[in-house]
Design a protein around this ligand. Sequence first.
Ligand code: BGC
Length: 408
Amino acid sequence: MLLLVPALPALAEPTAEVLHWWTSGGEARALKVIADRFTESGGRWIDSPIAGGGGDAARTVAKTRMIGGKPPTIMQWHLGLSLRQLAESGLLGEVDAVARDGKWDEVLPPLLVANAKIGGHYVTIPVDIHGENWLWTNSKVLAAAGVAVPRSWAEFNAAAETLRAAGYIPLALGGQGWQQVIVFSAVALGTGGPDFFRRAFVDLDAKALAGPEMVAVFAELRLIKGMIDPGASNRDWNEATNLVIQGKAAMQLMGDWAKGEFVASGLVPERDFGCDPSPGAGDAPRAAYVVAADSLAVPKLADPAQREGQILMARTAMDPAVQRDFSLAKGSIPARNDVPQDAFDVCAQKAMAIVRESKDLLPAIGSSMGIGAAEAGAITDAVSLFFARDMTPEDGAKALAAAVAGSR
Ligand code: BGC
């Protein structure tokens, strides 16, 4: 007998076009952890990398696409105000059902919940926590020059002189604004202290931005300009890290995604390279820490296959083992607070202890966790200008305060 069965609607294959700026060696290894698990779980992964550390280029493309009605399925985004603005403009969807099942309110630190759950909805999938104020050092180079890891800016300046005299580039830097801001903010934290950092880069207090403490920050920045090599302009951050890996440069001030490059090259922390909080920030576990958190945001969209893709991505990227393996390759620590620590190396253990115990977790300027993208852009422009021109520290602070005032 012939049975007539009505055709079932085909189940949508979970599909995700993933827009991101994780293109360096370590970053690509980390992203592959998520992509492999997503694919093994039946998802179709479409990779959309937009190169450019810090993510300015990627965010511009993503915004244009969202406004034009053609958003990617998933987009790398920092937790912070700029994400909030997207949510409030109605551009983001949600992954609430997965968050409820997975008890995200409990397994994520309160700071991440507060930034990922907007208006009661999880608009993004938190994946990691990075610290920006790390000092990376090549241990062999420091030993050869007879220099200890500097713990204050005075020691840093003295170390740089000795290293230069021994034939090394003291500080590896790329001449891109976001990298210069990372150095600038580490100097501000280490010379002015955490309260000054908050007044300047969270409250945007005009007196802090133009006052004597900021002049001192620019004075140190002027010395730093003398520690970098002429090849710095336009150099990517990972190329700068590579100079330290190869022993051509001694030190780099950069977020802990740099560790992903050291580890990908087979180097071992505290044998081949040092990872220490930037000078003047204090030591783990109580160091002051400039934090940025990466997440995978879910734009609002209607296509069923992509909606399934967002849901599968939420399950995949929040899986504890995926978060562990991702951070091992990336240099971050997991967003979840219940991932066992034993697999992690000494740098990540320091980061975990700091996040647990420091009183001074501060929002990274570029990530817009504390201030908006416009203000962060103004700070970046002022810092770049100082690096590009021959300006006095007084003029640097004046230009900074004026740029911030003009952006508000
Ligand atoms: C992101 C990191 C990334 C770094 C360099 C930062 O903005 O938070 O995940 O590794 O940029 O690309």
